[in-house]
Design a protein around this ligand. Structure first.
Ligand code: SAM
Ligand code: SF4
Ligand code: SF4
Length: 336
């Protein structure tokens, strides 16, 4: 496929033939936690409101993505997306325009107790809540904030609001590895779908090292000390989580082996940062500024053309762990 054909097309493809269908939009890079594998202790620089995409601008970009580029799944993320007070309005706006579009949210759960019902009513389809441990002291050390009870209250509120199955994302860390079976037991008791994620060099402090990160294999070994795990595999090749049935079911656990069993060859993601830049690959600093196009009067065709062009150049993926280095932006500044 040539670049001219790509420009005219109705899908988002790169030069390696991968089609992006899953759009992740960061709504802010601010956060009320400071997870060590993501944020610096002082947080990321505060972005003036005028630099963030407004709810109308986000909705316009979703229109372009769905109507012109064949995106069929949306995830809202950050930073912490619940810090956007207009989140419910934004979701309702997108839902009204795209009734069949799955809209998911990734959140740390803080404040969700007050928002879960409203988010569900606005049209949110699914929710992922990040939780690395149910040990309060350890949670406070990892996130640099003593907020575990608030996260648990948020998880309960999401279940009560019918945002089920609630998925729990846990970054695999050496401190949490011995407690991995406790976290799984806790999730199974509540009907939550737990997935462990290998930490990537996307922390703002540059602390990730190839020697110290915890692998999916180590997580499975730790879980295997208490549970019988039977592989289920991936639901589809683009789905990063490999799943295991726990003790014969119905409970399952997932592992996202971003480093040791990388799935770049089947990557179907495209991302937009909080200030409106398309970033086709987490690990490549090649981006395009859609906000500038929007604010200088560009129309849907201009936005779609720029988005296709930067996607065509998408990086093949990240390098192996022993040579991989941190990209310019950290996870909180991209949108996980
Ligand atoms: N604040 C929200 C949250 O924590 O769910 C949404 C944004 S956060 C950047 C999205 C996801 O990225 C979270 O599940 C988090 O655990 C994950 N994440 C952050 N830093 C990471 C890293 N260095 N490696 C792997 N996953 C990471
Ligand atoms: Fe905040 Fe999420 Fe990053 Fe933790 S992982 S610091 S909650 S953005
Ligand atoms: Fe996709 Fe890039 Fe992540 Fe690989 S590193 S899965 S290509 S976003």
């Amino acid at each position: 496929m040539s670049i001219a054909e790509v420009r005219a097309g109705s899908v988002l493809v790169d030069a390696l033939g991968r089609r992006a269908r899953d759009l992740r939009i960061s709504l802010t890079q601010a956060c009320n936690l400071r997870c060590r594998y993501c944020m610096p202790a002082e947080g990321l620089p505060i972005m003036p409101r005028s630099e963030l995409l407004s709810a109308d601008e986000v909705a316009t970009l979703v229109d372009v993505a769905v109507d012109q580029l064949g995106i069929d799944e949306l995830r809202l993320t950050g930073g912490e997306p619940l810090l956007r007070r207009d989140l419910e309005v934004l979701i309702a706006q997108i839902r009204a325009r795209h009734p069949g579009l799955p809209i998911a949210l990734t959140t740390n759960g803080l404040g969700l107790i007050h928002r879960a019902a409203g988010l569900a009513a606005a049209g949110l389809s699914r929710i992922n809540i990040s939780l690395d441990t149910v040990d309060r002291d350890l949670f406070a050390r990892i996130t640099r904030r003593d907020r575990l009870p608030d996260v648990i209250a948020g998880i309960d509120a999401a279940r009560a609001a019918g945002l089920t199955p609630v998925k729990i994302n846990a970054v695999a860390l050496s401190e949490t590895l011995p407690g991995a079976p406790d976290l799984l037991a806790w999730c199974l008791d509540r009907g939550l779908e737990l997935r462990f994620i290998e930490a990537m060099p996307l922390d703002a402090d540059g602390g990730w090292t190839k020697e110290a990160y915890v692998t999916a294999g180590q997580v499975l070994e730790s879980l295997g000390t208490r549970f019988a795990l039977t592989p289920i595999g991936r639901v589809d090749p683009g789905a990063p989580a490999e799943r295991w049935c726990v003790d014969g079911g119905p409970g399952t656990v997932g592992v996202i082996a971003s480093m040791t069993r990388s799935f770049c060859g089947a990557c179907d993601r495209t991302r937009i940062t909080a200030e409106g830049r398309v970033r086709p690959c987490l690990f490549s600093d090649d981006e395009i500024d859609l906000r500038a196009i929007l604010r200088s009067g560009g129309d849907a065709a201009d936005l779609a053309a720029a988005w296709r062009e930067v996607t065509w150049r998408k990086s093949p993926g990240h390098l192996p762990a022993d040579v991989l280095t941190h990209p310019r932006r950290s996870m909180g500044a991209i949108g996980g």
